[in-house]
Design a binder for this molecule. Structure first.
Ligand SMILES: [Zn+2]
Ligand SMILES: [Zn+2]
Length: 157
């Protein structure tokens, strides 16, 4: 794991740097994520907003929040020019961001710590045996490293 990771949108107008490793990485197989990405799942690195340094451009939230299972608003932040989704705010928690791992310059730098909503997983997606997987959501207190839980508490209380 490298200390700093950089990424950006497809057109290059938005560039960012993560100043530390994320707290945790989700691979979400829910139907909302499949629809919103047009793909089989989303890969989200959960990190404090203040650990994201914008190097260029500024992602803007989409005009309307998109639905989630939790019923909390989900704001997707996209490059204003090419509309690549770079991160999300789930539940209007400005101190927390869910960074889309596919926008990293090295998208192999982070891998999922958990697979969630596998009840709607595409049947051809095979999950690794050494990564926890849950039909729906999971108990963060049981799964997250203590240091990550402390970081999250410090960020959102
Ligand atoms: Zn762009
Ligand atoms: Zn999802």
């Amino acid at each position: 794991m490298v200390d700093t990771l950089e990424g950006g949108c497809a057109c290059g107008a938005v560039r960012y740097r993560l100043t530390s490793a994320p707290m945790f990485v989700h691979c979400c197989h829910c139907l909302d994520c499949q629809r919103q990405t047009g793909s089989a799942f989303v890969l989200n690195a959960l990190i404090e907003t203040d650990r994201i340094t914008l190097l260029a451009g500024k992602p803007e939230p989409v005009p309307v929040p998109v639905p989630t299972d939790s019923k909390r608003p989900h704001d997707i932040y996209r490059c204003p020019k090419c509309q690549t989704a770079v991160w999300s705010d789930y539940g209007r928690r400005p101190a927390l961001r869910f960074v889309r791992i596919g926008t990293l310059d090295d998208p192999t730098a982070l891998k999922p710590d958990v697979h969630i909503y596998t009840r709607s997983k595409q049947p051809w997606v095979a999950l690794p045996e050494d990564v926890p997987a849950f039909a729906e959501y999971y108990d963060m207190q049981k799964l997250w490293p203590a240091a990550s839980l402390a970081r999250r508490r410090a960020a959102v209380g």
